[in-house]
Write a protein that binds this ligand. Structure first.
Ligand SMILES: [Zn+2]
Length: 112
């Protein structure tokens, strides 16, 4: 399988899917979207709203299972609970995983 096919297969197994079988992505609220657009525009000089909307995992167990499969494919991801979520869903981040991370110091540029 190609890398993309691998990713699609892993997402199909673990991510929250819509009725077409497409992974559902976390969407910011209007207020957050506005702040983010301003932030991104200030940083890169052009608008790119929502470029990093992330696939939703319904539970930590699903997020960890997906991370394990990505790790087997050579991609290092770390599950984290979504701060935006009321229902308690999870995402994966490419931030350095434990062992490469400085304890007690949040990674730069992360979402609040
Ligand atoms: Zn989320």
């Amino acid at each position: 399988m190609t890398g993309r096919e691998t990713t699609v297969a892993i997402l199909a197994r673990h991510a929250r899917l819509n009725r077409h079988g497409t992974p559902i992505r976390c969407q910011p609220g209007a207020e957050e979207l506005r702040e983010r657009r301003e932030h991104v525009t200030a940083r890169v000089g052009r608008e790119r709203p929502g470029a990093d909307w992330k696939v939703i995992y319904d539970s930590r167990a699903e997020a960890e299972a997906a991370a394990a499969e990505f790790a087997a494919a050579g991609h290092r991801f770390r599950p984290y609970p979504c701060a935006r979520s009321r229902s308690g869903h999870y995402h994966l981040t490419t931030e350095p995983v434990a062992g490469h991370r400085e304890a007690g110091r949040p990674a730069p540029g992360k979402e609040r």
